[in-house]
Design a protein around this ligand. Sequence first.
Ligand SMILES: NC(=O)c1ccc[n+]([C@@H]2O[C@H](COP(=O)([O-])OP(=O)(O)OC[C@H]3O[C@@H](n4cnc5c(N)ncnc54)[C@H](OP(=O)(O)O)[C@@H]3O)[C@@H](O)[C@H]2O)c1
Length: 333
Amino acid sequence: MSINRRLLLVARPSGIPGPRNFADDTVPVRAPAAGECLLETIYLSIDPAMRSWMSEGTGYQQSIPLGEPMRGGGVARVLQSRAEGFTAGDMVQARLGWQSHPTIPGRFLQKLDLAQGTVEDWIGPLGLSAVTAYFGLRDIGGMRPNDRVLVSAAAGGVGQMAVQIARIEGCRVVGIAGGLEKCAFVAGLGAAAAIDYKAQNDLSAAIGHACPEGIDLYFDNVGGPTLDAALEHLRQGARVVLCGRISQTHAAETYGIRNLGKLAASRGRMQGFLVFNYHERYDEARTWLAARHRDGSLQQRLHVLEGLEQAPVGLGMLFRGENTGKLVVRVAD
Ligand SMILES: NC(=O)c1ccc[n+]([C@@H]2O[C@H](COP(=O)([O-])OP(=O)(O)OC[C@H]3O[C@@H](n4cnc5c(N)ncnc54)[C@H](OP(=O)(O)O)[C@@H]3O)[C@@H](O)[C@H]2O)c1
């Protein structure tokens, strides 16, 4: 408790990030000043966007200076509070950074409502991956009942929530994932079909087979050739949600999309978004997600790694497809 263990960013990524980009470091915990809380990190969320935060000038957020603790969100317990509205024992979420005992101003903390869900629920089905799927499908994708929906990286953190939310809202959902085991998981979430893209010579043909009537809404987590293949099957008035492009984030050469003509021919639209812009509406999403989680229609599989030191390994796993479910690191019980 007297030591704050941290992982510092020491090298910018080239290719897939991993342990070589980080250094272990310990400092004494900092007692909270007026308005601050001393926290104990319980879970850290590991997210593909972190690679862009580690890089110089490529992301949508300021890059992390070398020598600073890695940026990252998670769930923590309040150990000491000098901030109004917080007491020792409260559970909060915040941008904690990769550290075991951060000291953070109370205005940057959000207290968890444990009546809505457990701590694991708050990093899982009520967490930001779920909220991302919720707003991406509804606000950007204009999801309607009976839409034919295609989701890529469908076994991952955001993807598995997109599959389930669309299914709950009465859509016919097809998921794309890497490998038989992940496809079985996606089918178990209620998808009408799951495509193992790693086993396909012709992904477009496989999408055509699984979506014989075409696609009204494509929720894209991967970009590149997968996006191109999906564009070939758009129905009139289709919507393409650009949630992420993980296949391109560490590519030596970016893939050029060829099928934009199909977007025009379908009178479709394609739009990107960042979940952070929905900050003021997170409660709306969480109320909906918590109700579906309580009635058993919505699950979030977590892929849990044990120990702060696993965070750099975990980050690399996302880009190699080694996670099934929302990847988190448990730092403390
Ligand atoms: N717009 C936003 O605000 C927002 C917020 C959160 C996340 N995102 C984006 O959402 C996407 C999913 O994030 P997540 O946190 O839920 O990660 P995730 O899906 O749990 O993990 C990443 C998955 O991407 C797949 N993948 C990796 N490399 C690939 C490649 N070259 N081609 C195809 N698939 C590949 C892998 O699944 P397979 O084994 O199935 O290939 C891997 O498991 C990411 O693109 C992320 O940047 C966007």
